[in-house]
Each structure stands twice: as structure tokens, then as C-alpha cells.
Design a protein around this ligand. Structure first.
Ligand code: ACO
Length: 428
């Protein structure tokens, strides 16, 4: 039975259908609100209550701490799948057969060179540039080398664009790091797997043959899977909204990278390590920083704590905490910053301020610790997040275009001056 929501404004009643998702989530469909009511709009800063689309890609239940890609739980995928399989799953909707995966891998490898002229663009950036700014610019620059927007009515054109960006993005990300470290650029090795090749492109030395390390590559693979999609978060919504103007895939992704950069979103993983380092340098007094985070007159926030949707626990944080401990122990690394992180989490999880506000460690609280153990520089952490989120952005962009969604264009409630007469400059 279709449910109806009734809205009453100044004695007039309006009815709106309630739609139900496959996980029984309810949404009031207000598509006709303005037309029915003569222009009444809703106001919802930060879209905390607004569903921008119907999507079949990722389900998450923030209260129960559930995250699933195309119906598969994140716990199972992190344990049993590899990143390339997850890319295929997110983008095309089903886990690939061996033949499909083999073809996907081969097609990506065939596109894994970027135009040599891209190097000139990379050269133009100062070494001090933040890698996220460089990556966003290089992704934008790719548009110039691959002109034309994607013909979304052609399955082949869509597939080509997707394979191209999955192939070239890791090259750009790795080159961004190598430029900063004054290392010669590496072109990768197509005989390696996707994640192994990424690691090689980042870390190979010009005078040494590359030796893969299974612990390192498995940890990297898992981190990328955990970051691969998270439904309508800030960067994904950005990708969808930019793409909704029919801007091409690469242009939409470049905007998504910029959105991810912010410290309240993907930039949090860098901010977490910087915070933990600062606490260590200040003597490791975790209680002092918990007090600062609770003090309303202090702008300090406990980075890596809290989440817009997870109000119980972040299921990715659980997996990653365990993984951080394993990686550090397998690689024989003792990192005092991990002890500070554990200390902070222990105190915060029992503290009324955090309990009442349902503030739990999020994925970024532990991911930086693994990235550090893998030798990834702090300012590259958000780039690693972008590498993981790439298939999610692509899947969401593809879904939005295939569903022929309208251009994204929210409304507002105007609170500025009413009409007034222009005053000549001599009379102001
Ligand atoms: N430290 C201290 N207090 C916090 C924190 C924190 N990390 N996060 C939220 N609060 C407090 C707020 O001050 C507020 O308190 P009040 O009700 O007394 O005013 C309350 O908790 C609610 O906070 P909001 O900012 O309204 O929550 P919102 O859902 O809008 O924000 C966010 C979520 C941005 C993630 C926030 O918790 C935060 O800034 N966390 C730190 C940054 C971070 O780790 N970001 C990564 C997110 S995960 C990701 O992008 C992959």
C-alpha cells in the first residue's frame, strides 16, 4: 500500500507519496512541492535530511554500522575480494567472472600510459604544491588530452572512458608523489596487478629492481576497498552534481577530488596524523586534548572522530584498526603515534561528551597510521583516499547519467535586502 505524507500550510493540506527503498528506508517524495503549494520550498543546510537521488550502489545504515557495496558487506569484500574486483562490482553492479575480470584488467593495462606532454604540466608545479591540488589539476588536464564528453547512450564509449581513467589515475597519483620526492617518473609494469603496480609506480628506485611485498600490497588493497564508495558524501555528490550538467567524466572527477581535499572530508586522514604528532610532541597528554575537543571556546576538534551518518560505529574503522595493528606487527614497526591514537580512543569512547554526541573513531582515525607504516608521506594520504574512492565516483557518475537525472540545482530562501533604489556613487 502506498503511504502518503500530509503537509499542512496555513490550513491547506498537501499530500505527497512516500517511497520505500529495498532496505525499507522511507523517503517523502516532494518533487511536486513547489508546483502544488505555489512556490514553498524546503530548507535543509548540509542536506542532513535530503535524499538527492535513488541509488542502487551502496547501502549504509549509520545507526547499525552497516556498509554494503551492491549488497555485499564491506567486511566480506575487504577479506575476500581484491580492489579491481570491487571496482568492477561498484561500476557494473555484479562481481566479475574470471573472464570479465581478465578483460577488465587487460583493457585497463592497454590504457595505462598518459600523454608524455602531461609531464610538462607536472613540471610546472612547485615541489611545495599540495599533492591534492596537483592531482586535481592533472585530472583536469587529462580532459585536454582526451577531449569530448562521453556518449552516455553508447555502452562502448562509457566503458572506454571508465577504463581510461582507472588506468591513468594511478599514474598521475604516483607521479605527483615522485615529483615531490625528486624521483624520476615510473611508467609501471603491466605484468603486475593493479595495486602492486600502483605501489611500484610510487616507490620503485631507479637503481634497484622493484620487489613486491605481500603484506604491504594486501594492506593497500584493503584500504582502497574500504574507501571505494560511501553513497552520497560530499565528494560523490559533487561528482554527481557536476556531471548532471553533462560535464564529462574527467571534469566531474576533478571537482570530486577538490571536494575530498577538505579536512572535514578526505583531508581528515592527514589532519589525524598531524594531530597525533602534535600531541606526541606536546608530551602525549591525551587528557589535555580530550578537554580541548570538549571546550566550546576552543576550535580544536578531535580529528578522525565523528561522522555525518555513522552514529554507532564506523564499520570501516573496525576493520582498519585491526589491519593497522597487523601491518605494524608484520612489518615490525613500533609507532608511538598508534599508542596515542589508542589512548585517545579509549578515553573518548567512555567520555560523556563523545558518547552523548555519538562520536566514534571513523575510518580516517586509523588509515593514516597504516599509510605511515607503508612509507607514504602525510600529504599523500588524501591522494590515497582519492585512489580508493575513484570507482565509487565513477559508479555514481555512470548511474546518474544512465538514469538521465536532471541538472542539480537546489533552491534557497533569500534573506537579503528587499528591492531598493540605486544610489549614485557621489551620494553614497
Ligand atoms: N571533536 C569534538 N567535537 C565534535 C567532533 C569532533 N571530532 N565532531 C563533532 N563534534 C561535536 C560538535 O561540536 C557538535 O557539538 P554540539 O552539539 O555541542 O554543538 C556535535 O558534536 C555535532 O557535530 P556536527 O559538526 O554538527 O556533526 P556533523 O554531522 O555535521 O559533522 C563531521 C560530522 C564533519 C565528520 C564532524 O564530526 C567532524 O568535524 N569530525 C572531525 C573531522 C573528521 O574526522 N572528518 C572525517 C569524516 S569521515 C570521512 O570523510 C571519510
Amino acid at each position: 500500500m502506498t503511504k502518503i505524507a500530509t503537509l499542512e500550510i496555513d490550513g491547506n493540506k498537501y499530500e505527497f507519496p512516500i517511497i520505500k527503498g529495498t532496505e525499507d528506508e522511507l523517503g517523502i517524495d516532494i518533487k511536486t512541492l513547489r508546483a502544488d503549494t505555489g512556490g514553498v520550498t524546503t530548507i535543509d543546510p548540509g542536506y542532513k535530511n535530503t535524499g538527492s537521488c535513488e541509488s542502487a550502489i551502496t547501502f549504509l545504515d549509520g545507526e547499525k554500522g552497516i556498509l554494503r557495496y551492491r549488497g555485499y558487506s564491506i567486511e566480506e569484500l575487504a577479506e575476500k575480494a581484491d580492489f579491481l574486483e570491487v571496482c568492477y562490482l561498484l561500476i557494473f553492479g555484479e562481481l566479475p567472472t574470471s573472464e570479465q575480470l581478465e578483460k577488465f584488467d587487460k583493457d585497463i593495462k592497454e590504457e595505462s600510459q598518459v600523454d608524455e606532454d602531461m609531464k610538462k604540466i607536472l613540471d610546472g608545479f612547485p615541489k611545495s604544491a599540495h599533492p591534492m591540488g596537483v592531482l586535481s589539476s592533472l585530472t583536469s588536464a587529462l580532459i585536454a588530452f582526451n577531449p569530448g564528453s562521453v556518449d552516455v547512450d553508447s555502452e562502448e564509449a562509457m566503458y572506454d572512458a571508465i577504463v581510461k581513467i582507472l588506468a591513468k589515475f594511478p599514474v598521475l597519483a604516483a607521479w605527483t608523489m615522485r615529483k615531490k620526492k625528486s624521483l624520476p617518473l615510473d611508467y609501471g609494469d603491466n605484468s603486475l596487478g593493479y595495486v602492486e603496480n600502483l605501489h611500484k609506480m610510487m616507490f620503485s628506485k631507479p637503481n634497484q629492481s622493484y620487489e613486491a611485498n605481500k603484506i604491504v600490497n594486501d594492506a593497500l588493497d584493503k584500504l582502497l576497498i574500504l574507501h571505494a564508495d560511501h553513497e552520497q558524501n560530499c565528494s560523490t555528490s559533487t561528482v554527481r552534481i557536476v556531471g548532471s550538467s553533462h560535464a564529462g567524466l574527467f571534469a566531474s572527477l576533478s571537482a570530486g577530488i577538490s571536494a575530498l581535499w577538505g579536512p572535514l572530508h578526505g583531508g581528515a586522514n592527514q589532519a589525524v596524523i598531524e594531530m597525533l604528532e602534535a600531541i606526541r610532541e606536546d608530551g602525549g597528554d591525551t587528557a589535555k586534548y580530550i578537554a580541548k575537543a570538549k571546550d566550546k571556546n576552543d576550535p580544536f576538534r578531535l580529528m578522525g572522530f565523528g561522522h555525518r551518518v555513522y552514529k554507532n560505529f564506523d564499520p570501516r574503522a573496525k576493520i582498519i584498526k585491526k589491519s593497522a595493528e597487523e601491518v605494524l606487527s608484520d612489518l615490525g614497526i613500533e609507532d608511538p603515534v598508534l599508542d596515542i591514537a589508542k589512548g585517545l580512543a579509549e578515553v573518548a569512547l567512555k567520555d560523556d561528551y563523545f558518547v552523548q554526541r555519538k562520536l566514534y573513531p571513523n575510518v580516517d582515525f586509523y588509515s593514516g597510521i597504516i599509510y605511515r607504516a607503508l612509507g607514504i608521506p602525510t600529504d599523500m594520504f588524501t591522494v590515497m583516499f582519492a585512489l580508493g574512492r575513484l570507482p565509487g565516483w565513477i559508479a555514481q557518475w555512470r548511474e546518474m547519467r544512465l538514469r538521465k537525472e536532471p541538472i542539480g540545482r537546489p533552491r534557497q530562501i533569500y534573506i537579503g535586502e528587499n528591492h531598493r533604489k540605486f544610489t549614485a556613487i557621489t551620494n553614497r
